[in-house]
Structures are given as structure tokens and as C-alpha cells.
Design a protein around this ligand. Structure first.
Ligand SMILES: Cc1cc2nc3c(=O)[nH]c(=O)nc-3n(C[C@H](O)[C@H](O)[C@H](O)COP(=O)(O)OP(=O)(O)OC[C@H]3O[C@@H](n4cnc5c(N)ncnc54)[C@H](O)[C@@H]3O)c2cc1C
Length: 484
């Protein structure tokens, strides 16, 4: 039977990034992906000169691990930064019209979007006491700290539009861990942001939003092609069994069954697929995973003539709060966000529908989805003509909703895993759904595996690299002598 150090089940960004960190250290890694291509939800498609994204469209990064992976995977030259217009402005649907949503505190306080009462409430934030609770929902936490207006006009649309979740049910500790940490550490979000801004300036750590010239697909494609990663598509993992020294896993493949023996296994699938694999090993763990709900999301990409839109499209796009009764949770102006997303003189507008707010949208056919998206764009940004390019993507289980006592569920999952050495669960239902969080969490899981035992292959790779460095230094030394 084929033997590897680590087998990874699931070839989305979580599985591929885990594979990348491990292979880079010298471990032999095999990735099983049920689908025909690596990348999972992430896929970039070129159609009629437009570049569309099926899931993640960009990375908002402030973590060194992400910068390291992008650099070391050779992706730096392929990176493309968010364009300046999209950097500074995004819009909010407010009383049926789009209003600029200020991204910084001082213009936020001056903005007509907030009532005087809302502004005063915002300024009172540093004087609000901590509740001492760790089980607050996003709505409870934001209303307590920043007031009802910030919840309704900023946080609820953000949670619905970017996480497909419901602020009234989403766990603040799971969805807003950094804001909660600021409260715990500094007693106030505002004070914490200020202190962090000063510290960050000192450590020169950069925050940037980027994609790649050929879209986010470049990231998953580059990782899947990394030397040392044996990428197997069309491999549907069916069974995991403990062995004396690790694991044996079996997959259904187009060529029949394939079994592999591995010291460690990372299950990097969505929770429902993980349930089927871990149920025979640990019923309680399977039960905890079963309780994670997912929301469906449908995406309507429309390519239009730029002059058929009255709005200046001078921002990242807009979000729609619940109270505005729009079916769209948001619309991103992709051609403003990044260069070359649309042919010259055209615009690419991407609408998101569904999520926890409107799961029934998943049952709509393409014509109804398009009608709904176009109706909203006509009334909000003055779209005057029919689109010349339409593409519709659907995810039945788009994103895990971090609803209920989510942190307690995650802690219970970690506790169960303590009793199953060599088994790891690494996907977007643990530690954040964003690509940034996926890269950071996969780095942590790789670290745990590397530290779990002595790996002769890692030792060998380190030795070879040290010898190579020494040879280069000697070579340079010799060249120096010759030059003298
Ligand atoms: C519409 C949308 C927009 C988004 N926008 C952004 C954004 O702009 N920025 C951002 O940072 N994030 C964004 N995200 C979030 C991000 O794209 C996802 O959280 C991330 O791609 C999920 O990666 P994953 O590897 O955890 O899961 P997946 O991508 O779902 O990968 C899991 C893989 O496991 C495979 N699998 C399942 N069962 C088996 C099995 N039995 N055997 C083998 N393989 C199996 C599946 O086929 C799949 O390929 C967005 C998500 C969506 C849905």
C-alpha cells in the first residue's frame, strides 16, 4: 500500500495551503479532492473578456504568514492590488438610495448617514463597560458597545453580505474575535484600535487587499502544482481507519478504490463531508460537526457597457441592510476593485443573493436570479441597458454560519480531537472563513504536525538546505577571491 507522511482530504484552499506548508518542510503529502479540479469553492473564470470569481474575490491581509506563502509560492509578480477608488469608499443602501459609508472614524462621525443620536452613541463607546459575557451574539455585542445604528447600518449588512450569516444569531466571539479581544484587553474598541495603530506603525506591519492578475484561481493552482504535493483529483474519501502507527484511508476514484497509509490525516472538507468520515471513529465529534449549519449563496455576474451605468462606480460596491428589504445582500464593482476584470469601456458588477437572510433564493431559477439582480441595479445605480455577459454561480453550502454557542462547539471539537492523535480538522468552519484565516490556520495545523514527532524527511531536507547554503557561501567566497 502507498505510504505518505500526511494525507489531506479536500483540495480547497484549506487543504492546499496545509499541503504547501508541510511539503515545504520536507514531508511527503498527498491531497485527495473529490472534484475534477483543485481549489474547492475558489475558481476564476474568463468569459467574453470578463474575469469572474465563484467564491473569494480578494484577500484582506495583515498577517505575515500570508505574505510569506504568497512570496515563497512565487506568486508575488502575479499579485494585483485593489485600485485606489475601491480602497476608500463603499456604499450602503439607505432608505432606497446608495449612501457612501465612511471607512474611517472622523468622516464616519461627520457623515449624514448617522443621526445625531447615533453619532453621540458612537462617541460614548470608550465609556461603556464590558459585559463579561463570552456568549453574546453580534447584534448584542455591537448594540451594547456602539449602538443600534452601527449594528443596522454597518455590522448587520457586513455579516449578511460577507459571511452569509444572521447578526442576531452569529456568535460575536467567533465572528468578531478581534473586536472582542480589543474590549477585553483595552476596555474599549476605540482605545484598542488607537493603540494597535500606533504599535503597527512601529512594527511596520502592512494591511493590504489584493487578488491576482488571473484571479484567485492562481493561488489554488500554484499551491496544487507545488513539488512534493501529490494532488489527486476525482478521489472521494470514503473511509478512515486507525492503524497501529497512524491511519489508513480509502477513496473511490475513477479507476476503482485506492488506499493510502499515512501518519497524519487532515480532513479539510466542509463539516457535512467530515461527519461521514469521523462518525465511525468518534460519534460525539460527528454530532458536534453535524450541528454546524451552512447557508446557500447565489452569485450573478453581469458585464455591462460602462456608459450604460449612471453611477460613477467610485467604490468597492454596496451592501444592503436587512431593513431595506432588498434581495441582494450586496453588489461588488469588480472592475473598480481590480484592473482587467472587464474589457475596456465595460464594467463587471457581481451581485450576491441568499445567505441566512434569504435561503429560499437557492430554489430560484437563473432567470429569476438575473431579474432580481438587474431590477436592483437599475433602481440603485441607474443601469440603463441589458448586460452583455451573464454568469451565474451557485453554492448550496456556501459558508458555515458561526451561529449559536459557536466557540463552545469549537472548544468541544478540539477536546474530542485530543483523543484522536494524528487526526486534524482544518476547514473554514474552524478559525474563520476568509482566505487569510485559512492560510493562517493551515500554517498552525502544519506546525502542530511538524512538532508532533521526529520526521527523518524534514531532518534530511534541513541538512540538504544547510549544505546548499554552505556551498553557495563558499562559491561566492571563491568568486570573491578570484575577483581580487
Ligand atoms: C460567494 C463567496 C464569496 C467569498 N468571498 C470571499 C472573499 O472575497 N475573500 C475571502 O477571503 N473569502 C471569501 N469567501 C470565503 C472563502 O472563499 C471560503 O471560505 C474558502 O474558499 C473555503 O475553503 P475550504 O478549503 O475550507 O473549503 P472548500 O473550498 O469547500 O473545499 C473543500 C473541498 O473538499 C472537497 N471534498 C468534500 N468531500 C470530500 C471527500 N469525501 N473526499 C475528498 N474531497 C472532498 C470538496 O470537493 C472541496 O473541494 C467567499 C466564499 C463564498 C462562498
Amino acid at each position: 500500500m502507498h505510504k505518505v507522511d500526511v494525507l489531506i482530504i479536500g483540495g480547497g484552499i484549506s487543504g492546499l495551503a496545509s499541503a504547501w506548508w508541510l511539503a515545504r518542510s520536507g514531508l511527503s503529502v498527498e491531497v485527495w479532492e473529490a472534484g475534477e479540479r483543485p481549489g474547492g469553492k475558489i475558481m476564476s473564470t474568463r468569459q467574453d473578456g470578463y474575469l469572474t470569481e465563484r467564491a473569494a474575490a480578494m484577500v484582506l491581509n495583515f498577517r505575515p504568514e500570508v505574505a510569506e506563502l504568497v512570496r515563497e509560492a512565487g506568486l508575488e509578480p502575479a499579485k494585483t492590488a485593489r485600485q485606489p477608488a475601491a480602497e476608500v469608499r463603499r456604499y450602503l443602501l439607505h432608505r432606497g438610495c446608495l449612501k457612501a459609508l465612511p471607512m474611517r472614524l472622523s468622516p464616519m462621525v461627520a457623515s449624514p448617514l448617522w443621526s445625531l443620536r447615533g453619532k453621540l452613541r458612537l462617541l460614548a463607546e470608550p465609556f461603556i463597560f464590558s459585559s463579561g459575557r463570552t456568549d453574546e451574539t453580534v447584534s448584542e455585542f455591537i448594540t451594547r458597545r456602539l449602538g443600534r445604528e452601527v449594528l443596522e447600518k454597518a455590522m448587520e449588512p457586513f455579516v449578511a453580505g460577507t459571511l452569509a450569516a444572521d447578526a442576531d444569531q452569529a456568535s460575536a466571539a467567533a465572528v468578531l474575535p478581534r473586536l472582542m479581544a480589543l474590549e477585553q484587553r483595552y476596555g474599549s474598541i476605540g482605545a484598542g484600535v488607537l493603540v494597535n495603530r500606533i504599535l503597527r506603525r512601529r512594527t511596520a506591519s502592512v494591511t493590504e487587499t489584493f487578488s491576482f492578475r488571473d484571479g484567485m484561481g492562481s493561488l489554488v493552482e500554484a499551491l496544487a502544482k507545488t513539488p512534493g504535493i501529490n494532488m489527486r483529483t476525482g478521489h472521494v474519501a470514503q473511509e478512515l481507519a486507525r492503524e497501529r502507527d497512524g491511519w489508513q484511508a480509502t477513496a473511490a476514484t475513477p479507476h476503482g478504490q485506492r488506499s493510502v497509509s499515512a501518519a497524519h490525516v487532515i480532513v479539510a472538507t466542509p463539516a457535512p463531508a467530515a461527519v461521514a468520515l469521523v462518525d465511525p471513529l468518534d460519534n460525539e465529534l460527528a454530532e458536534l460537526l453535524r450541528g454546524i449549519g451552512y447557508a446557500p449563496v447565489s452569485i450573478v455576474h453581469t458585464g455591462v457597457a460602462r456608459d450604460a451605468v449612471q453611477h460613477p462606480l467610485d467604490g468597492a460596491g454596496f451592501l444592503a441592510p436587512k431593513g431595506e428589504s432588498a434581495t441582494l445582500t450586496g453588489n461588488l464593482w469588480m472592475s473598480t476593485l481590480f484592473p482587467d476584470r472587464a474589457p475596456p469601456g465595460k464594467a463587471l458588477l457581481t451581485s450576491y443573493l441568499g445567505g441566512a437572510r434569504a435561503p429560499h433564493v437557492a430554489d430560484w431559477d437563473d432567470a429569476r436570479l438575473l431579474d432580481e439582480a438587474l431590477g436592483t441595479l437599475r433602481s440603485l445605480i441607474g443601469l440603463k441597458a441589458d448586460p452583455e455577459m451573464v454568469r451565474i454561480d451557485r453554492h448550496g453550502e456556501a459558508l458555515p454560519m458561526y451561529h449559536g454557542a459557536y466557540q463552545a462547539r469549537m472548544q468541544a471539537i478540539s477536546a474530542r480531537l485530543q483523543h484522536i492523535p494524528g487526526l486534524h480538522l482544518e476547514a473554514n468552519y474552524r478559525g474563520g472563513v476568509s482566505v487569510r484565516d485559512r492560510l493562517v490556520c493551515s500554517h498552525a495545523v502544519a506546525d502542530r504536525i511538524l512538532g508532533a514527532r521526529h520526521w527523518p524527511s524534514v531532518e534530511r531536507k534541513r541538512r540538504e538546505e544547510a549544505e546548499c547554503r554552505a556551498k553557495t557561501v563558499c562559491g561566492l567566497g571563491a568568486m570573491g577571491v578570484a575577483a581580487e
